[in-house]
Design a protein around this ligand. Structure first.
Ligand code: GDP
Length: 295
């Protein structure tokens, strides 16, 4: 999987070629290359610094067995650390025994929340689960329509109460309906703003209190790159997230946002969006993303 490491990253190990161990003296240029590769992938600077420091420590301490070149060992340490930082394996979606499992979708406007809500509902349907989607974005009537249209496309029920009630009231009524009518999952689509603002956060907190979600998924447009760090920090501090959905990975972003999100919140990216179509959702795989980030 890492066979296609770019020339730029291969340079990282040049500083270690011919040497027989990884030491504080010879690791410098290699670490610089890792730093550059991560910055090119648009990982936030603070995350890059922390990551590089950790890789340095691990690599210097790493045992280089006979027959393995220190450069190879170094690349292995970098890969392992990337995969580990991003959560190791794919993290599944909550599925609680006391139904319904409640999933709150959060994020900025345009990130792909409404689309991701429908994608997740379809994904769950494919697994035999029965989701109810709640349209709680009361500021954009078009968002309610969008969810309704998507719902009829994939044959998933959508609950809405128009745009005159508070989102937390709509979400609470949706939860009641889900309980009464045997839906096993409730997906709440919420309103985003163009940027982080306290009104949005307060609203998310009220919705969270109203439905006590098992998952709060932050939907992040992968194209925002290093800005994902601040976004994640803000949402995680104020609302508390349990995971993320990274969207628009069909574009040319290198996926550095994935590293920032996980490192800052400690919460896993659970799914990635790979297109506008409602089928374009995949479970997140740290190994694949590590390759993409390294370029
Ligand atoms: P919201 O404001 O967060 O609810 O965002 P929307 O779900 O309305 O999505 C905003 C735009 O991004 C729409 O045009 C979507 O079709 C598009 N979109 C969402 N997810 C993806 C994705 O994974 N890939 C691509 N290419 N476009 C996406």
């Amino acid at each position: 999987m890492f066979d296609d490491l770019s020339a730029s990253f291969e340079d990282a190990i040049k500083g270690l070629r011919g040497e027989n161990k990884i030491s504080e003296e010879n690791i410098g240029p290699a670490l610089k290359q890792v730093r550059r590769a991560l910055l090119e992938a648009d990982v936030s600077l603070s995350v890059v610094k922390e990551f590089v420091a950790e890789v340095g420590q691990k690599a210097i301490g790493a045992e280089v067995v006979r027959g393995v070149k220190p450069g190879q060992k170094f690349v292995e340490v970098v890969k392992q650390e990337l995969v580990e930082v991003m959560g190791g394996e794919n993290a599944p979606l909550a599925n609680v025994s006391e139904k319904p499992t409640v999933i709150l979708m959060a994020g900025l406007q345009g990130a792909g929340k409404t689309t991701a809500t429908a994608k997740l509902a379809l994904h769950l349907k494919d697994q035999g689960r029965k989701a109810l989607m709640v349209a709680a974005d009361v500021y954009r009537p078009a968002a309610i329509e969008q969810l309704t249209t998507l719902g009829s496309q994939i044959d998933i029920d959508v609950f809405s109460l128009g745009s005159n009630l508070k989102p937390e009231q709509i979400a609470a009524s949706g939860l009641e309906k889900a309980r009464n009518e045997g839906f096993d999952t409730l997906l709440v689509d919420t309103a985003g703003r163009l940027q982080i603002d306290s009104e949005m956060m307060d609203e998310m907190v009220r919705i969270r209190s109203a439905v006590n979600p098992d998952e709060v998924l932050l939907v992040v447009d992968s194209m925002i790159g290093q800005e994902a760090a601040e976004l994640t920090r803000a949402f995680h501090e104020k609302v508390g997230i349990t995971g993320a959905v990274l969207t628009k990975l069909d574009g040319d972003s290198r996926g550095g946002a994935a590293l920032s999100i996980k490192k800052i919140s400690g919460k896993p990216i659970k799914f990635i969006g790979t297109g506008e179509k409602v089928e374009a959702l995949e479970p997140f795989h740290p190994e694949r993303m590590a390759s993409r980030i390294l370029g």
